[in-house]
Design a protein around this ligand. Structure first.
Ligand SMILES: NC(=O)c1ccc[n+]([C@@H]2O[C@H](COP(=O)([O-])OP(=O)(O)OC[C@H]3O[C@@H](n4cnc5c(N)ncnc54)[C@H](OP(=O)(O)O)[C@@H]3O)[C@@H](O)[C@H]2O)c1
Length: 250
């Protein structure tokens, strides 16, 4: 396994639940961290907890101009970027009756356009070295629909499509793209300043969506197994064809 020692890691949204825990986990790894967040007080606190110098932090409300300022400050401090972790995002969960145009555009802006801006700003440096790792967190709602998640899922499905397309462009390099399809995580998500007017993400529904992915995966595994057994090993087919497999598959 590759060591993190000496790696240059940029965490966007280091003030959030997932971002701050990620920074804490990376604290003792010997990596050089550069942290961003919107809330200056929280950012200062996380930086001090993680022993990150103030010069390696940047207050960022994601927009076109701000991302380019971040890029400038980042490369004044660190010469390369090994890992970009984007843990920023907003979660507007509303049904179509209450979801308005602004909610929709904000979701696309912060969950889809912002990762695009980050790619434009930091991918060229990774391309120069032909290596790097970019991590985004679409969450399970970037894969499975949920009632009330029209805006959120539109932004996260878009993020997945964008990152998978970019991954195709980077096939011949050692730049890796990772999308994390997390289920419900106990964080202030949906109640942070970025989404204070939004309804809180209903965690049980997100968990239900995660369970659906798991159930689908189990079913496909069982069907594949059954298929293999039926066509390639008839003796095992007879012994394995028990009631539980039918229950799972159905
Ligand atoms: N929590 C979950 O259940 C869950 C599940 C699946 C996926 N995810 C995804 O994981 C990511 C992190 O979630 P979390 O639970 O850590 O959420 P969180 O605690 O609410 O943190 C969100 C982070 O995004 C930052 N942010 C929000 N709007 C921003 C903007 N306009 N410009 C710059 N930064 C902005 C916040 O900055 P400030 O705090 O400084 O305002 C904060 O650092 C999100 O993309 C979310 O969609 C979360």
């Amino acid at each position: 396994m590759e060591t993190l020692k000496g790696k240059n890691i940029l965490i966007i949204g280091a003030t959030g639940g997932i971002g701050s825990q990620t920074a804490m986990l990376l604290k003792g790894s010997g990596a050089n961290l550069f942290l961003t967040g919107r809330d200056a007080t929280k950012l200062g606190q996380i930086a001090s907890d993680c022993k990150v110098a103030a010069d390696n932090t940047f207050i960022l409300d994601i927009s076109n101009a701000a991302v380019y300022q971040l890029k400038e400050k980042y490369f004044q401090q660190l010469s390369t970027i090994d890992i970009l972790i984007n843990a920023a995002g907003i979660g507007i969960i509303k049904t179509m009756e209450t979801l308005d145009e602004q909610d929709f555009l904000r979701s696309l802006n912060y969950n889809l356009y912002a990762p695009f801006l980050l790619l434009k700003a930091f991918l060229p440096a990774m391309k120069e070295l032909k290596k790097g790792l970019i991590i985004n967190i679409p969450g399970v709602l970037g894969k499975v629909p949920m009632a009330g998640a029209a805006a959120y899922s539109a932004s996260k499905y878009g993020l997945v499509g964008m990152m998978q397309s970019v991954r195709e462009e980077l096939k011949r390099t050692d730049i890796r793209i990772t999308n994390l399809f997390l289920g419900g995580v106990d964080s202030p998500f949906g109640t942070t300043s970025g989404s204070q007017n939004d309804q809180q993400t209903p965690k049980p529904l997100v968990l239900a969506a995660a369970c659906r992915v798991l159930a689908k995966w189990c079913c496909s595994l069982l069907i594949t197994r059954l298929f293999n057994i039926m066509f390639f090993d008839k003796t095992r087919y007879l012994s394995c064809l028990n009631i539980w497999q039918f229950v799972f598959v159905l």
